[in-house]
Design a protein around this ligand. Sequence first.
Ligand SMILES: [Zn+2]
Ligand SMILES: [Zn+2]
Length: 268
Amino acid sequence: MAPCLKCGGGEMYYDPRVEAGHHGQLRVCSCIEEQCRCGGRPPYYFWDEEARNQRCPCWSARRRLTEVGRMFKEADIPERYRWKFREDFHSTTPDGAPVRIAQDARLYVSTLIDTDKEPERGFLLHGRPGTGKTLLSCIMLNELMLNRFRPGRFLNLSKYLQQLRDTYSEDSDNYGRTWRIIEALGKIPYLVIDDFGVQRGTEWAKEVLYDLVDTRYADKRFTVITTNQPLSELQQLSQGRIYSRLLEMCKLVEMEGEDFRQHLQPKV
Ligand SMILES: [Zn+2]
Ligand SMILES: [Zn+2]
């Protein structure tokens, strides 16, 4: 049977219509709804004609929807980027000026999800503030979670470093868990490290960054890095060790153009 045109066989989609709250919601596709006999009520069983209690045809899709919903909650994506998908990377500014990077941006997203293979290379998105780096990184994360049903995480580096510092403090719940935290982030299938390199500070911070990057590198995990810093500065980090890893793991993309944050304003 040909895959459903609406969901492409993924059996779920994001419906951007806002009914309650500030955003739309994940829904199972109509190709599943049509077969459903349980009325969409957990635990998704129904009574058939011979009075046998059967698993509804919607069972696996609805369970997966719940699971993906949980992944989105745990991904720690900033509110304004939480439900952004590829069509949200607009190709013109609100005043009609073209956004040069838009076509490439959509193409990058497409190489991640319009294929059966897990992505092998991540992205290093660099350029001045407001060119859509964080937006694009979150779109990649969201599309991957939605289409591949595997978890992702948006990492704010300052928060991360603070969390690691706490592991040295006996009063903290995380006392002694330094390596476990690094390891957990190393294993997440899809990771965005936002605003990379702002923490030029201490040797310790650089070492921690290197550990994280190197763990992801060793396990070949998909990683997107965004940075406002000139590449020449990234090259300085840890005598170039971090930068050379990043180049092996990531496609280098320069983001340029107008202040992209305007694109997130609702259209009038
Ligand atoms: Zn469908
Ligand atoms: Zn059902």
